[in-house]
Design a binder for this molecule. Structure first.
Ligand SMILES: [Fe+2]
Length: 333
């Protein structure tokens, strides 16, 4: 069934619900059709006629269109204040309630480390972390489209995406029954930034350019935008760039805890660390940062404190456990 048909069913069923409420429910109930609630909200708003005159003209039926008065009556706005430009943002949840999976991040394709990724796959299979694989950001480096100075002799954008396709093929073969989740990071966001600055007319084609080229929908991969956290019970999973100045933290896990003030798992700093604090009333919160799976001395950061690493994550509803590991001398420790 197409996304529009499903959205129309929900619009009929939940006529008085807000577009945000319907979008959240759609994204939760149909994660393979709606990549996130923002995607679902766009479809809902389209059928409600809220995407402008041009789009309204192309609707085959006016059934779900609400008049301004009707929309206003359903909102709490007794003084008739002007409509605000909405910027809907909410963390996403995974479409499954329990599992044991591998979390890896910062591959920075084409500067990935083949040996480290192989070790991570082997460790996950050996320890039964095979229900899902979460790629927690910076899957690509996007060196060629970065805003920093670059060497034109380095590899092409197309080569980078071709290599990413090969990695996703290999991942699918290694973990045939696993849900694959791709959470984008700041390097992955370079494409959108490039388009915003250099070719804003193509912004609507972003999915076509990257997600389509990587066949993410066809592969059944769940994607999470670069600025949206994943929520599993009391644990938030971020790439890490969503917090400002994370890369300068002495201890990345502690730095993340001071910003989140609750349990959080992140990557981005390319360093393995853990931090725990108990509150006055005895609430224990822990934060983790995981190592990277890329080369350790790239041109833009020859000297650094990075280490390679991975994590095993097991969760059942709200309960979770994390096994945060380093890769040292070819071994998981
Ligand atoms: Fe990174």
């Amino acid at each position: 069934m197409l996304s529009g048909d499903i959205a129309k069913q929900y619009l009929s069923k939940y006529r008085n619900a807000s577009s945000n409420q319907i979008a959240r429910k759609l994204a939760e109930d149909h994660p393979l059709i709606f990549s996130n609630s923002e995607h679902a909200r766009l479809v809902v708003r389209y059928y409600r006629g809220a995407l402008g005159k041009y789009n309204r003209k192309h609707l085959s039926s006016n059934e779900h269109i609400r008049s301004i008065e009707e929309g206003m009556a359903l909102k709490y706005n007794p003084f008739g204040l002007p409509e605000a430009v909405s910027d809907f943002w909410t963390p996403v949840t995974l479409p499954f309630k329990k599992g044991r999976g591998l979390v890896i991040a910062d591959l920075h394709i084409p500067y990935h480390d083949v040996e480290a990724i192989t070790i991570a796959f082997q460790w996950a299979k050996k320890n039964n972390y095979t229900d899902f694989v979460l790629l927690d950001g910076d899957i690509n480096d996007h060196y060629t489209i970065s805003r920093f100075e670059k060497d034109p002799r380095k590899r092409s954008f197309r080569q980078e995406l071709d290599d990413t396709n090969k990695l996703l093929d290999a991942l699918g073969k290694a973990f045939p029954k696993a849900h694959i989740i791709v959470k984008y990071g700041n390097h992955d966001y370079r494409l959108e930034r490039f388009l915003r600055n250099r070719a804003p007319e193509l912004l609507d084609m972003q999915d076509f350019i990257k997600d389509e080229y990587l066949k993410l929908k066809e592969r059944g991969i769940i994607t999470v935008p670069h600025d949206v956290p994943i929520k599993i019970g009391k644990l938030s999973i971020l790439h890490g760039h969503e917090f400002q100045n994370m890369s300068t933290a002495v201890n990345p896990a502690r730095g993340a805890y001071l910003k989140a003030l609750e349990c959080v798992l992140l990557a981005h700093c390319h360093r393995t660390s853990q931090h725990a604090e108990t509150s006055l009333s005895g609430r224990l919160d822990t934060s983790w940062s995981i190592g990277c799976l890329c080369q350790l001395h790239p041109e833009y950061a020859r000297i650094n404190k990075w280490n390679r690493g991975l994590a095993g994550l097991e969760f059942d509803e709200d309960d979770f456990q994390i096994d945060n590991k380093r890769i040292v001398k070819g071994e998981v420790r």
